[in-house]
Design a protein around this ligand. Structure first.
Ligand code: NAD
Ligand code: TYD
Length: 364
């Protein structure tokens, strides 16, 4: 049966990937003519500035295709009212609380939002949709649920889950719950596990934006452990075109891995970033390199992530379209130019947190 795809509820659409999804759908996707309803609790990582351009262009009287609803996904009454008010037929669930370091220090919010929030959404979708088949619940997840790799091998869709941080454990639980609603209740569910994203609007606690901004401000560049941990990087827009492919043509009850086929050791990536920042800003690359400092490792730091994404390539014809060189250049330029945005997301609480995170690693 064809999917309706008319009224899409995007949870956490004021975050990094969610806001990019909304922008990509409304601005760049001629095949989507429906409405997007963005439900976000505006935590420290959520910012309406991330969707300001969308609100202006698609949330006004002459064009009403975008709606913002302030609220927590754990709030059942709120979620139910949104399903009714907008007659939701598709959910794209960007489960939140996404930073591993925070999950080590404050795991409770991860369990609440990622597990209970996902449960609430699934259960509301089940009740509202009854047994409709033209609807879809797409659950966004991470490759971190698969655990860690040594030098060889890749995560495939059949790799057993082995989460090792409170963050990945909470995501693994929510993934299993989504699949359980499909198996037990027949809820039309699809799931994707993606590698590390980068791009514009990413909250500057994550590796790439944190390093760019520290360079611009002459702050230390803290590298955890020996700097040889490996991540597979994907430009956020490529992630979202993959999600769009799955929403349209992915098979119900299936999971799809999404990756950049783009593995980098952290220290090699940092050196590359230094060259790009130096070139774009006029700062001296050698001076920037002097800012690198090796700090205490993250507990349980996964060594390597690498995704085998042949399933989505073969089955749905998806390909990444942005090269790492272009994506990094675009990202660096964006952070250098958008100082207003940077200031607006950096609350005092945020500054205190990053400062402490860094100091603790130096002192211990
Ligand atoms: P983010 O941290 O930038 O954004 C999180 C958003 O969720 C914010 O807008 C915040 O306000 C909102 N939020 C938090 N708690 C909420 C609640 N209880 N109710 C409603 N809204 C709430 O996250 P991100 O990096 O965009 O990640 C989005 C999703 O993608 C997550 O599921 C994450 O696990 C997954 N993912 C991220 C990456 C990555 O590299 N960033 C990689 C793979 C998968
Ligand atoms: P991060 O962006 O937090 O993503 P994830 O932990 O989900 O992969 O970190 C990416 C890599 O960079 C990870 O190996 C940890 C490392 N890292 C540092 O070396 N220094 C830092 O200050 C941060 C935030 C991360």
């Amino acid at each position: 049966m064809a999917r309706t795809l008319t009224n899409i509820l995007v949870t956490r659409g004021a975050g990094f990937i969610g806001s990019n999804f909304i922008r990509t759908m409304l601005k760049k996707n001629p095949n989507f003519s429906g409405r997007i309803i963005n439900l976000d609790a505006l935590t420290y990582a959520g910012n309406l500035k991330n969707v300001e351009d969308i609100e202006k262009e698609f949330g006004n009287e002459s064009c009403r295709r975008y709606f913002f609803e302030y609220g927590d996904i754990c709030d059942r009454e709120k979620v139910e009212s949104i399903f009714r008010k907008y007659n939701i037929d598709t959910v794209v669930h960007f489960a939140a609380e996404s930073h591993v370091d925070r999950s080590i220090l404050q795991p409770e919010t991860f369990l609440k939002t990622n597990v209970m929030g996902t449960f609430t959404l699934l259960d509301c979708a089940k009740s509202y949709w009854q047994n409709r088949e033209d609807v879809l619940f797409h659950h966004i997840s991470t490759d971190e649920v698969y655990g860690t790799l040594d030098k060889n091998g890749f995560f495939t869709e059949t790799t057993a889950y082995n989460p090792r941080s409170p963050y990945s454990a909470s995501k693994a639980s929510s993934d299993q719950l989504a699949m359980a609603y499909y198996c037990t209740h027949g809820l039309p569910v699809t799931l994707s596990n993606c590698s590390n994203n980068y791009g514009c609007y990413q909250f500057p606690e994550k590796f790439i934006p944190l390093m760019i901004l520290n360079m611009m401000e002459g702050k230390k560049l803290p590298v955890y452990g020996d700097g040889k941990n490996i991540r597979d990087w994907l430009f956020v827009e490529d992630h979202n075109t993959a999600v769009w492919n799955i929403i349209n043509n992915g098979r119900i009850g299936e999971r799809y891995n999404i990756g950049g086929e783009n593995e980098w050791e952290n220290i090699t990536l940092l050196n590359r970033l230094i060259d790009i920042v130096a070139q774009k800003s006029g700062l001296n690359a050698d001076k920037l390199r002097n800012l690198i400092v090796y700090v205490k490792d993250r507990p349980g730091h996964d060594r390597r992530y690498a995704i085998d994404c042949s399933k989505i390539k073969t089955e749905l014809g998806w390909r990444r379209s942005v090269s790492f060189e272009d994506g990094l250049a675009k990202t660096v330029e964006w952070y250098i130019e958008n100082t207003d945005w940077v200031e607006s997301v950096r609350s005092e609480r945020y500054l205190a947190w990053t400062e402490n995170n860094y100091k603790n690693r130096i002192n211990e």
